[in-house]
Every structure is written in C-alpha cells, then in structure tokens.
Design a protein around this ligand. Structure first.
Ligand SMILES: Cc1cc2nc3c(=O)[nH]c(=O)nc-3n(C[C@H](O)[C@H](O)[C@H](O)COP(=O)(O)OP(=O)(O)OC[C@H]3O[C@@H](n4cnc5c(N)ncnc54)[C@H](O)[C@@H]3O)c2cc1C
Length: 319
C-alpha cells in the first residue's frame, strides 16, 4: 500500500484547506496517510490535522520554527518521511513548498515534480500529470524511482466531505539551526486585502481598464463580492497594481470557485495562472479575445458599462 505524507499548510497559525484537499486525494488513491506539521505553538491543530484525513501526525513544534526557513523545514519533513517510510511526499502549492520540496527530494534520493495536477499509482509505478509549456500541454510523467516528492498545483484536488483520520501523534525533535540562511523577519502584505491564493472569488483587472479610475471601478466590484483583487501583468507594469497581485506564469497561480477577468485579453502567460478556476467569467469588448476560449461565461462589452450593471444586479440579488 502506498504511503503518502502530506505537509500541512499552516499560515499564521491557521491550517489551510489545501491540507484536507491533499489528504482526501491520498485517501482516494487508497494510501496510508500521514501529515507533518511544522511551526511554533501548533499543538492545538492536532485534532484538525486528524479530521482533515491523516492517520498519523508528525509534529515539529518549536519556537525556532516560527518563521519559515527552507533548510530546517526540509529536515523536519525528511525526518517524518523516513519514520513513516513514505513513498510519496506532497506539498501544497506555496512559495515555501516550492522552496522546500527539492531539498527534501535530494535528501531522500527521490524524484521531484512540481505543479502536479494528478497522480496515478499502479503497483510500485508512480505517474504524475503536470502542465508544461505555459499550460499548452499536459504531460504524463513516469517516475523512475520508487519515491516522489511533489508540489501539487492549487485547486488540483478537492476535499471530500466525510473523510477523516485518526489521532496518532509522533513528536519530532527540532532540527539543528541552518547557519547558511537565517530568517530575521517576515514582511507580510500589510494592505489587509484578501490573499489571492486563499480567495474563493478572484477578480482581476487588465489593460482594458486603462487607468487608475478604471482599476478603482473594478476594485469596487471585488469589494462588493469580498473577492481577492488581482491583475494582469500589463497593469503591474503600468504601475497600477502591486506585483503580488499579478496572476499568471510569473505571478500567482489561483484556483478559486469564481475567477472574473475584466479587460484582460487572455495571453497564454495570464491563462497559466487561472485556468484551474472552477468557473471563469470574462468581460471584454473584443468578441475575438482569447480569454473567451477558456471562459465559462463571457460578456462582450465595455467594462465601464458592464461593471456598474454587474454591481447593481449583485446588489439587487443581495437585497
Ligand atoms: C515571460 C513572460 C511572462 C509573463 N507573465 C505574465 C503573467 O504572469 N501574467 C500576465 O497577466 N501576463 C504575463 N505576461 C504578459 C502577457 O504576455 C500579456 O502581455 C499580458 O497578460 C496582457 O495583459 P492584458 O490582458 O491586461 O492586456 P492586453 O493584452 O493589452 O489586453 C487588454 C484587453 O482589454 C480589452 N479591452 C480594452 N478596452 C476595454 C474596455 N473598455 N472594456 C472591456 N475590454 C476592453 C481588449 O480588447 C484586450 O483584450 C508575461 C509575458 C512574458 C513575455
């Protein structure tokens, strides 16, 4: 039976839904499941970790692990993977996951695959599916080792209702500190805005909005829907949006329930960051805009007319 170790995605003391998504998939493929949770003061998360679908919880709880640092975090994951004898180690999609996964793979002498969207297990054979060439094709990759460390693409797996695990806690000793890189401070986005990676709805604005007034108009729609507010690279390059709001190949990859692309053409580099969304709505005045090829709903029109109507209609439904 496959043994899958999932790395708990904990941010500011909160267990993210992606952990349950990965554990659900692990259970669905019939694997034995474990989770490793790394941080400071995280003992209270143990029931949640079991409820999310893990049958063993490896806990590395130490004041020195409060701030993410790839070296010590990798040591904790490797320790848990060896104790559990995992043949698959899964990270959810995050900067910290992407930084830690290759270190873990090197130490475990395992293969490493990023952005996987599916996994197929047949006996000892592991195959993964992942996008390539900026999402133009999906590759099915045969792994030539018996161990795989993978980073799972945001939104690739769904949490299954009713799945749960059992509490079986193993405490890990804190790793030696990493003298090569010491994290002094974590500077987070202080804007108080909804994090795009966590948002259930993301509304992104593109060059069609023209200027700050256009951006503000679309932002009001995002505020109405309590949505994360993102953008295409054109608006970042134009100085209207911060870089951490960029969606796409060189920005964030998002997979919300609803993604609205407002005044965005749908360049392949933008699509690379949002086609995993469950429902896509596009507003564009050009009926030939490539964004309509991936949209579930398309509104051909001038965003300066369409957005106020959308806001009005949403207000009516809410009332
Ligand atoms: C290496 C590399 C990496 C890149 N990474 C990214 C990335 O991560 N994310 C990203 O987004 N881009 C990325 N790009 C840039 C990408 O190629 C596009 O240039 C960019 O996405 C275009 O942004 P846009 O759709 O807002 O602008 P445009 O392509 O200029 O499209 C604007 C759209 O708005 C429509 N429009 C105009 N006026 C209105 C109106 N009044 N009402 C409604 N619609 C209107 C137009 O019809 C048009 O379709 C990258 C490029 C390269 C080379």
């Amino acid at each position: 039976m496959a043994k899958i170790l999932v790395i708990a995605d904990i941010r500011q003391g909160v267990l993210k839904g992606s952990t349950a998504e990965l554990l659900s998939k692990a259970k669905a493929v019939g694997a034995e499941t474990a989770v490793v949770a790394i941080g400071s003061n995280i003992e209270s998360l143990i029931p949640d970790l079991a409820n999310a679908g893990s049958d063993t919880q490896y806990i590395a709880d130490d004041a020195g692990l409060e701030l993410f640092s790839a070296g010590p975090y990798a040591s904790c994951v490797v320790d848990a993977a060896r104790q559990f004898d995992a043949n698959l180690v899964w990270f959810s999609f995050s900067e910290s996951g992407k930084a830690t996964a290759p270190r873990v793979a090197a130490q475990l002498d395992a293969a490493c695959a990023t952005e996987i969207t599916d996994v197929v297990l047949e006996g000892d054979q592991i195959e993964v599916v992942r996008p390539a060439i900026a999402n133009k094709v999906m590759q099915r990759v045969k792994v030539n080792t018996d161990k795989l460390v993978a980073v799972v693409r945001a939104g690739a797996f769904e949490a299954t209702e009713g799945i749960s695990g059992t509490e079986n806690v193993v405490r890990l000793s804190p790793p030696a500190s990493d003298l090569k890189a010491v994290i002094r401070e974590l500077i987070s986005d202080a804007s108080g805005e909804i994090d795009l990676s966590d948002a259930d709805i993301v509304i992104s604005v593109g060059r069609g909005a023209k200027d700050q007034a256009g951006v503000d108009l679309v932002k009001e729609l995002a505020n109405d829907l309590k949505a994360g507010f993102g953008s295409s690279r054109a608006m970042v390059d134009g100085g209207f949006m911060a870089h951490n709001k960029q969606v796409g190949q060189t920005g964030k990859i998002v997979a919300p329930s609803l993604y609205m692309a407002i005044g965005i053409s749908g360049a392949i580099q933008h699509l690379a960051g949002m086609t995993g969304s469950k429902v896509i709505l596009a507003v564009n005045k050009d009926p030939e805009a490539p964004i309509f090829n991936v949209a579930d709903y398309g509104i051909v029109g001038d965003l300066f007319e369409v957005v106020p109507i959308l806001r009005e209609e949403i207000k009516k439904i809410r009332n």
